[in-house]
Ligand binder design. Sequence first.
Ligand code: NDP
Ligand code: OXD
Length: 308
Amino acid sequence: MAFLYKSDAERGAVWARLFAERAPEIPFRQWPDIGDPAAVRYLAAWTPPEHLAESFPNLELLFSVGAGIDQFELAALPPRVGVVRMIEPGLLAGMLDYATLGVLALHRDLPAYLAQQRSALWQPGPVLTAGQRRVGVMGLGTLGRAVAERLATLGFVVSGWSRSRRDVPGIACHAGAAELPAFLGAADILVCLLPLTEATRGILDRALFAQLPPGASLLNLGRGAHLVADDLIAALDRGHLRAAMLDVTEPEPLPPEDPLWRHPKILITPHIASVTQAEGAALAVIDNLERHRTGRPVLGLVDRSKGY
Ligand code: NDP
Ligand code: OXD
C-alpha cells in the first residue's frame, strides 16, 4: 500500500514530513518516484497522470490538491475510485480574505475610481453603507457558505443560492432553478462560488445578467468557464452592469490580447483568490485516509453523478 503525491515539489516536502510524523505506516512517494504502481492505493494531484486507471490498477482514492475537481475527467475513472476535493482551513481563510476584498472593492466602486485615477479625474460618486447593499452568493458549500456568513458580519444584506435547500442563519437561502430569478433580482453584487459542472458551465451569461438589478456588479471566484465573457462585456458596455472582478478566466493564463484585460470596468487577478496550504492539506488528507481505513465517511467525497 502506498500514497503517491503529484504536485508542487516544495509543498510535497511538507506532505512527506507530515506523513512520516503522523502516518508512518503509509509509504509516501513523490512523483516521479512512483515505486510499484500496483501498490499505489491513494493519489493526490492537481493534474493526474495520463491513463490513470490503467497505470494504477489498485487506486482507491484520488485527492484533488484544490477545492475544484473539474480538472479530472470523472468519466474516465473506474467507479471504484473515490474522488475527494480539498477542504482545509488555509484554503478557506484565503477565500474569506479575497471575497471580502472583492465585495468591498465593488461595493465602494474601486474599478471606477481606478479608471478615474488613470485620467487624473477627481469625481466623487455616492457612498452607500454595507447595509444598503445586497450581496448574492452562488454556491453555499464549504466556501460559499462561509463567505456569505462573513459578508453578513460586515453588515451586507446577504442571500445565497444552491442546488439543494440550505439553512444558514442570517442568510436568505434560495434553491434550484425555480428560485434563481428571485435570488438574482436581489443581488447588487453577485459572487460566484459554484463548482464547474455541466449544469453550471456558462451560467454567468446574458440571460442571467438581465435578471440582476441595473448597476449590479459581478465577482467571479469559481471558474473562468462559468462566465460567457462576451456577454459580460456587452452588459458592462450598455451600462446594465457596473463592474466586474474576475479571479478566474478561460483560458488561464488569459492571453495578452484578450479584451477582458483592458476593459475599464473589469479588475482581474491571476487565480490567486485562495491557495491550498501544504500543512493543512496534508493533515486533512491524513485524517481522511484514517476515516477511509476505519470505514467512516471521507470528508469532501465527490458525488460523481452530480459532478462535484
Ligand atoms: P462545494 O462542493 O462545497 O460547494 C458547492 C456549492 O455549489 C454547493 O452549495 C452546491 O449546492 C452548489 N451547486 C453546485 N451545483 C449547483 C447548481 N447546478 N445549481 C445551484 N447550486 C449548485 O464547493 P467549495 O465551496 O469547496 O468550492 C466551490 C468552488 O470554488 C470550487 O469548485 C472551485 O471552482 C472554486 N474555488 C476557487 C478558488 C480560487 O482561488 N478562485 C479556490 C478554491 C475554490 P448544494 O449545497 O445543494 O450541494
Ligand atoms: C481550487 C482553486 O480549486 O485553487 O482550490 O481554484
